[in-house]
Design a protein around this ligand. Structure first.
Ligand SMILES: [Zn+2]
Length: 385
């Protein structure tokens, strides 16, 4: 489990100068790499990998003497961040969202920061930053040492800070109930490996009505003249309706997470799943502008599930297990046979190999449970006939 701590730094004059050089150099390498990536992509249609860019760093250092003062790993890290930015960009393109091409960093408009991937130490009330030395810091403790993952140094409103990401072991707790796999549906619905279904409509009879109202509010707003008084009124009404719907969702997630707080809960890792499931054909999707709307619905749903996991993590004292979601909906939970055709409809699963007939969501939840028990990252190899 990871936790972040932000501490204030009090560098002396020399250290301040060195820190400023680090901000500048990391920004320089970031922008230079971005320019190169952009050029190579536009001119030749190739994606220059982070690995290649990192390999070029020593050449750059030979050319620019001032880069030698800078921590190499911090420079490498800024290239990796750029790579992340591109990955997010391509994901958004794929999902039909506003892509937002990675931007150049400017001294004026970007928060000044750089990151150490490792090697930061703590002793007493001081923090050791490679190439800069021991800096006085407020809020650090000796026991942080050894658990430090990355450290991001930033300069905000003329003050220096370090955001320390820590890897902490979760305190094991004894669960009074059996482990359970939990499958998250395409609408606000949750199914577990014991065969229990929780639908938001059952927890809030008002939910569907409020959704319809929400849609009416959206339509009403779209008919009003932008900037007019009626427009303003409709906008406020819509915002209130949004709040009503999101409150219902929040209460639902809260109640369900409470139900599973005494189990060793196992869920799918949403980061791996990353919006691969289509949200088509849901009650929140009436059919118009399907693409844009389903992207939006996925987003809402993802936020919902992320929140659910946060609640569950909290209530299970960080003992939530997340597993690889690959093939959970196509795999037979009895014999392990994997086939798209196993899933006859949204809700019915009939195994083409052993004949198991089961609710599709319960089947998925059982697979999730099995993966959680047989090892967190165990990928079930598809047994294809
Ligand atoms: Zn089977």
């Amino acid at each position: 489990m990871k936790r972040a701590v932000k501490v204030r730094l009090y560098p002396n004059k020399t250290q301040q100068e060195l820190l400023q050089k680090h901000f500048g150099a990391c920004r320089y390498v970031y922008n230079r790499s971005l320019a190169l990536k952009k050029y190579a992509y536009q001119k030749f249609g190739v994606n220059v990998s982070a690995h290649k860019l990192i390999k070029r760093l020593p050449i750059l250092k030979e050319r620019y003497e001032w880069l030698k003062e800078i921590d190499s790993q911090a420079l490498q890290q800024s290239i990796r961040h750029l790579d992340e930015a591109f990955k997010h960009f391509f994901r958004r393109v794929k999902n039909g969202e506003t892509p937002g091409f990675p931007k150049f960093k400017t001294k004026k408009h970007t928060k000044q920061s750089f990151q150490y991937p490792q090697r930061v130490k703590v002793e007493g009330k001081k923090l050791y930053l490679p190439k800069i030395g021991w800096i006085k810091a407020k809020g650090v403790r000796d026991d942080l040492s050894g658990k430090i993952k990355t450290v991001t140094v930033s300069y905000e409103a003329y003050k220096y800070y370090a955001s320390i990401l820590l890897e902490i072991e979760a305190e094991p707790i004894e669960f009074v109930r059996e482990p359970v796999g939990i499958d998250m549906g395409v609408v606000y619905a949750i199914t577990d490996s014991d065969g229990n279904h929780h639908k938001i409509e059952d927890y809030s009879p008002r939910y569907k009505k409020e959704l319809i109202k929400l849609e009416k509010c959206q339509k009403a707003l779209s008919r009003k003249q932008r900037g007019s008084k009626r427009y303003q009124k409709a906008k406020i009404k819509l915002a209130r309706q949004h709040k009503r719907v999101s409150n219902i969702r929040y209460n639902f997630l809260h109640q369900i997470s409470h139900i599973y707080s005494e189990n060793q809960a196992i869920v799918e890792d949403l980061n791996i799943k990353a919006m691969t499931k289509s949200a088509k054909g849901t009650i929140e999707n009436p059919g118009k502008n399907v693409k844009a709307k389903s992207a939006l619905n996925r987003k809402i749903l993802q936020n919902g599930w992320s929140l659910f996991f946060v609640l569950l993590e909290y209530k299970t004292n960080h003992n939530l297990i997340k597993v690889d979601p690959k093939y959970t909906s196509q795999t037979c939970s009895r014999c392990g046979y994997v086939d798209k055709a196993n899933r006859i409809t949204q809700s019915r699963f009939v195994c083409k190999s052993c004949g198991l007939t089961i609710n599709a969501d319960v089947n998925a939840a059982k697979n999730i449970l099995a993966r959680g028990i047989h090892g967190n990252n165990a990928r079930q190899q598809p047994k294809v006939a």
